[in-house]
Design a protein around this ligand. Structure first.
Ligand SMILES: [Zn+2]
Length: 253
């Protein structure tokens, strides 16, 4: 069975995903929990949680790559729920690697780049300024689409049910921000965006969108953050010949 040393895989991912550029991210990106020395099977998931850890152990996964890890803004104590979660990983010797903002905005593996690609929207430029760094992209559709047509494409591609609010325009120029990215709607006018796609619902976005006449699509935080982890899985399979498996645990949110 093929495998790779954890000590080789971790620096590869750290460099490939440009973690050093995101020191200010609230997520402790990189290897959060150290498991066994050799990695043979990689699991990909959006969230680090009990369900995912259980499935990973059942499937013989020894390295779990997630978008939302366990450690945010430091770790002051290991008790209660966090103790249970960490213990589950130690008991099954599973390593946990988290990649938050670097995975949203990565030009190759990132949620946003992949979303545009999956939805056949040609990437045109960066947008979505978050703490001084653009974390996303906007793009153009080759043909003008009706909002219904575009929403149906999203729902089929991401296996989700989007909430769609029309402010009258056809879909041609799309801004996309995975997860909770409503703040970037402020940049819609600057880039001529007619349709703004993000994950989580936001009440605050409504009146801004209304006045800018920008269509809103909320496709789900979870659903918009599955493409990145899947892309990393594909890359690890191709590069190291590792067995990879996506563990689906949709929240519907
Ligand atoms: Zn998220």
């Amino acid at each position: 069975m093929t495998g790779i040393l954890l000590d080789k895989l971790v620096p590869f991912l750290d460099a490939e995903l440009c973690l050093a550029e995101f020191a200010a991210d609230e997520s402790a990106n990189g290897l959060q929990i150290e498991g066994g020395a050799t990695v043979r099977k990689v699991g990909l998931a959006v969230d680090a949680c009990e369900y995912v850890f259980q499935k990973a152990a059942e499937k013989g996964i020894d390295f779990l790559f997630v978008h939302h890890g366990l450690i945010w803004g430091g770790l002051n104590s290991v008790r209660g729920l966090i103790k249970k979660r960490i213990k589950a990983l130690f008991d099954s010797e599973i390593s946990l690697y988290a990649c938050h903002l670097p995975l949203d905005c990565h030009p190759k593996y990132g949620n946003n780049a992949r979303l545009l690609q999956l939805l056949s929207i040609k990437r045109m430029g960066e947008f979505g300024n978050y703490h001084g760094k653009n974390i996303s992209y906007w793009g153009r559709s080759a043909t003008e689409l009706s909002l219904e047509e575009f929403a149906a494409r999203i729902d089929t591609t991401l296996v989700t049910r989007s909430s769609v609010i029309s402010f009258g325009k056809k879909v041609r120029t799309v801004g996309v921000i995975s997860g909770g990215g409503w703040f970037a709607i402020n940049e819609a006018e600057k880039y001529g965006i007619d349709t703004f796609l993000t994950g989580e619902h936001s009440h605050s976005a409504y009146t801004l969108a209304e006045e800018m006449k920008v269509n809103l699509i909320f496709a789900g935080h979870y659903a918009t953050e599955t493409p990145g982890v899947k892309a990393v899985g594909e890359a690890l399979k191709k590069r190291f010949g590792l067995e990879v498996e996506f563990i689906d645990h949709p929240t519907g949110l």
